[in-house]
Design a protein around this ligand. Structure first.
Ligand code: G
Ligand code: G
Ligand code: MN
Ligand code: NA
Length: 250
């Protein structure tokens, strides 16, 4: 397949870039972390978004190479940030089940010197469905490295309750479809409230994704949702470290 061949070249040719989207405290709006989102700077085609190439990469072992690159690039970026900020990396199901994942993460942490507590891997229920026993083992091994695990797109999967009960998540991310509908639609608001109260009863902090309006932000704050992420706060963008930034003229 054409796209698959082009993706091979992209890995060889260093054509991927990461953009980062901040997560902020719902009360102070201080940045608490950033989510890495991959883009493909495809020669002659401009910036290509992951929805178009990640599904193709997932059908082959390419996803594991792309995933390894992403984890490394994200950690290399994060060591240049304020040490209070975490970095989050999305893992597809196949990557999560890659037998080399735990060793790869351990190597990247050692080689970049990033404090493991600052790395958060975002997984979806899809990664946990196939084999709960294996998934639990992988999660335990990852947690033993000192890193954090977030459950992404929460509320859109199959049996969310049992996953939250059985796995040691450090964070729960409310899917943006609920946030988008929350202010107009009583049912979506009820779902958001239920997710937050479920998470809190298990001592898991909650991130709302896709926050686009002040109305959503203030409702989420009043529901005690800890963190916000979305276009209202900031769009994903390339990270420029302070020493690379343009000197400010006064
Ligand atoms: O902005 P956005 O288009 O970046 O992301 C679209 C989808 O692609 C989201 O579901 C996101 O989780 C996923 N995604 C973004 N970056 C990565 C990545 O590095 N690896 C994987 N597996 N998925 C990613
Ligand atoms: O599945 P995941 O949660 O990783 O998806 C991240 C995706 O959500 C990326 O495509 C990112 O660009 C997108 N995104 C981030 N903030 C917003 C937002 O406020 N509104 C919308 N519509 N999409 C957003
Ligand atoms: Mn995510
Ligand atoms: Na999501």
């Amino acid at each position: 397949r054409d796209l698959e061949a082009a993706l091979h070249e992209a890995i060889e040719g260093d054509q991927f870039v990461l953009h980062f989207q901040p997560k902020v405290c719902s009360h102070t709006r201080a940045i608490v972390g950033r989510e890495a989102l991959i883009r493909w700077n495809r020669p002659g085609r401009g910036m290509v978004y992951p929805d178009t190439f990640i599904p193709v990469a997932e059908q082959s072992l390419l996803i594991n190479d792309i995933g390894r690159w992403t984890i490394r690039a994200a950690c290399e970026a994060a060591v240049k940030w304020d040490a209070t900020e975490t970095v989050a990396v999305n893992l597809s199901a196949r990557q999560f089940l890659d037998p080399d994942l735990v060793a790869d993460v351990r190597d990247v942490l050692r080689e970049t010197g990033l404090n493991p507590a600052r790395l958060e891997l975002e997984i979806t229920e899809t990664a946990l469905i196939l084999n709960k026993q294996l998934a639990a083992t992988i999660l335990m091994e990852l947690k033993a490295l000192g890193i954090k695990i977030a459950l992404d797109d929460f509320g859109t999967g199959y049996s969310s309750m049992s996953y939250v009960q059985s796995f040691p998540f450090d964070r729960l991310k409310i899917d943006r479809s609920f946030v988008a509908a929350m202010n107009g639609d009583r049912k979506s608001r009820a779902i958001v409230e239920a997710i937050i109260s479920l998470a809190h009863s298990l001592d898991i902090p909650v991130v709302a994704e896709g926050v686009e309006t002040e109305e959503q932000a203030s409702l989420l704050r009043s529901l005690l949702c800890e963190e916000l992420q979305g276009f209202l706060i900031a769009r994903p963008e390339p990270f420029t470290s302070p020493d690379q930034a343009e000197p400010k003229s006064d």
